[in-house]
Structure formats: structure tokens, C-alpha cells
Design a binder for this molecule. Structure first.
Ligand code: UT7
Length: 318
């Protein structure tokens, strides 16, 4: 049977760094409140004057992942971008990426929206699509520019989010393992909402933070256990747990509940904030580049977000 492995990762954070003290100049908040409630110390926003955009972040993260994999754009058969904040509704971010990198016409290009769980969903979707694709490599990007949909007068949301993109290249091959994906969604239209085209102005993101917190602390441990069960491995056999970076307290809760080794669950929310679909692949890439994920490692990734959605996979690095 054919399965997949990750053969390369990449990421891109924009250049405009906003510290908690910077946020305190905009809304009634403090470094103390933000860092103790969330673990966030700074986040990055696109500097449009410097030419940074959703498109440029996607392109840079994707190009770096292909470079790390030693794969040319012409070898990609599936190109997915998980996002809900692309520069345009259509053309898709995936088609713009195809144009930017020069991927062939028979590359299957599409965007998918599963909010903050989007990248993990995307890995599973790519695994499903690859056996029927023209070429055995998939480029999966998670990218969001939340600064575009944030209400900078709402302290309960604007301090939490940042912009960023991450990417992974999957190779499909005979003898490679399955991802053992688990997923779900809950058809919730009020806990976390970012209105789109045609909606009432102003179209900002709204969130019931406490409701999402309760949901997250329920699904993250459950998702982890379900992936381990599906893969028939113990937590000790997993080298790293890469969790969606929404709030350090959510990850700490899951780590404690599951009795995981905290060293294997290191996050990066301190300097990224919540980058939604970018969150898991940015952390993944930072761990790879720091030598903390290496060839042969098994990595459990899990995310949750608006929808309400959640997903988990166990992926092996080639
Ligand atoms: O990617 C998926 C989406 N997002 C999430 O996963 C977020 C999940 N939720 C959370 O992480 C947390 O619920 C938050 C970080 C959003 C909020 O933390 P909390 O401990 O649940 O705070 P709270 O909403 O219960 O608010 C506590 C207090 C309130 O004041 P009162 O009513 O106690 O007087 C808020 O008005 O903190 C106040 N508050 C703030 N104070 C200073 C809310 N935001 C801020 C702020 N600065 N930025």
C-alpha cells in the first residue's frame, strides 16, 4: 500500500513585529495580561509597504519547503493552500502560488478552509488525492493574514492573532506509512466567525474566547488519543507533538491531561501569536530547522478552529 512521508518544510513570518507593549498602545491591555493568559509576547504583521502580503508569505514558505525537499515546482502534482484570509477569493491562493512558482497545468491546485485546523486537514486531503495525481509530490501550505480581519478596537481578539505561513512537501510512495488522520467538525456558526464577501460591515473576526477554550481543551487531548489509537503507537513512540498555537494554556492542559513529556510539546506562540492555518506548519518548520525534528522522526500534529473544526495526523519524516 502507498503512504506518505514529509520530505521538506518551510515557513515565512512577515517583518512588522508587534510586541505586547506595542498592543498596549492601541487597546486597553498589558504585557502581563497577554503573556500570562496566552503565552504570547509578540506577533508579526505584513508590512504592505514592503510588498508583504498573503501571496508573498505563501510563495516564500512554499519555495523554502521545496528547496528543503530538493524538489522542483515541476515535480509537484497536488498544491493545496489552507486559508480563510487569502488576498482574493478567486483566483485561489493555490493558483497564485502555481503562477509564482511555475507549476505545470496538470497540477491539482485548490484552497481549503478549515480555519486553524486547515493545514492538518490539508495533509489528510493531500494524502487522499496523491494516488490519483499526475506526480507523487504534494505541496501543502497553511497561511493566514489575520491582521486583515482583526478589529483593532477589540482587545479580546486583536492581541491574539498574527500573520504567517508554513508549508510541507509530502511524497507518496509504496511502503510509506499512512497518516492515520482523524478529523471532525461541529457546524457551529457563532463561537468564532469571520464574515466574508457580502456580509455586513465591518467584517471583523468575532470570537467567544471562553467557548472556544472549552472546545479546544476537549478536542486536543481526544484528537491526540484517537491518532495514537489509529496508528497503534504509544505517546512514547512519538518524537514530537506539534499542536496548534492558539494559547499556551490549551497546550499545557493537553500535555498534563495526557501525561506527555513537555519537552516534546514545545511551542512557539511567544513570537508568532495565533497564525491560524499557518500555526502548525510554522512551528513544524522551526523545529526542523533547529534540528529538533530529524529524518525518521514521527510527529503528531493536531489543530482546531472555527467551524468548529479539529484534525490530527501522525506523520513520518523521510
Ligand atoms: O485558533 C482558535 C481560536 N482561538 C482560541 O483558541 C482562543 C481560545 N480562548 C482563549 O485562549 C481565552 O479564552 C482568551 C485568551 C481569549 C481569553 O482568556 P480568558 O482567561 O478566557 O479571559 P476571559 O475572556 O475570561 O476574560 C477575563 C477578563 C475580562 O474582564 P472581566 O470581565 O473579568 O472584568 C476581559 O474583559 O480579561 C479581560 N480581557 C482583557 N484584559 C486585558 C479580555 N481581553 C483582554 C486583554 N487585555 N487583551
Amino acid at each position: 500500500m502507498r503512504g506518505v512521508k514529509i520530505v521538506g518544510t518551510g515557513s515565512a513570518l512577515p517583518s512588522r513585529v508587534m510586541t505586547n507593549d506595542d498592543m498596549a498602545k492601541i487597546v486597553d491591555t498589558s504585557d502581563e495580561w497577554i503573556s500570562t493568559r496566552t503565552g504570547i509576547r509578540s506577533r508579526c504583521y505584513c508590512d504592505t509597504r514592503a510588498g508583504e502580503s498573503h501571496r508573498s508569505l505563501v510563495r516564500d514558505a512554499a519555495a523554502r519547503s521545496l528547496d528543503a525537499a530538493g524538489i522542483a515546482p515541476e515535480q509537484v502534482g497536488v498544491c493545496l493552500v489552507a486559508t480563510f484570509t487569502a488576498d482574493t477569493c478567486t483566483p485561489s491562493a493555490a493558483c497564485l502560488l502555481q503562477a509564482d512558482l511555475g507549476m505545470p497545468e496538470d497540477t491539482l491546485c485548490l484552497d481549503l478552509n478549515a480555519a486553524c485546523a486547515g493545514f492538518v486537514y490539508g495533509l489528510h486531503v493531500a494524502e487522499c488525492l496523491l494516488p490519483g495525481a499526475t506526480r507523487p509530490y504534494a505541496l501543502v501550505v497553511g497561511a493566514d493574514t489575520l491582521s486583515r480581519v482583526m478589529d483593532f478596537e477589540d482587545r479580546t481578539t486583536c492581541v491574539l492573532f498574527g500573520d504567517g505561513a508554513g508549508a510541507a512537501v509530502l511524497e507518496c510512495r509504496e511502503g510509506y506509512p499512512e497518516l492515520h488522520a482523524v478529523w471532525g467538525s461541529r457546524g457551529d456558526d457563532s463561537s468564532l466567525v469571520a464574515p466574508g464577501v457580502g456580509c455586513d460591515e465591518p467584517s471583523y473576526l468575532h470570537m467567544d474566547g471562553r467557548a472556544v477554550f472549552r472546545f479546544a481543551t476537549e478536542v486536543m487531548p481526544r484528537c491526540t488519543t484517537e491518532v495514537l489509537t489509529a496508528a497503534q503507537v504509544s505517546a512514547d513512540e512519538v518524537d514530537r507533538f506539534v499542536y496548534h498555537q492558539a494559547n499556551k494554556r490549551i497546550v499545557d492542559f493537553a500535555v498534563k491531561k495526557l501525561g506527555l513529556d513537555p519537552v516534546k510539546c514545545e511551542g512557539n506562540i511567544d513570537h508568532t501569536g495565533n497564525t491560524s492555518a499557518g500555526s502548525v506548519p510554522i512551528l513544524l518548520d522551526e523545529l526542523v530547522r533547529a534540528g529538533k525534528i530529524t529524518s525518521g522522526n514521527r510527529v503528531l500534529m493536531a489543530g482546531f478552529g472555527a467551524g468548529l473544526t479539529w484534525a490530527g495526523v501522525l506523520a513520518e519524516f523521510a
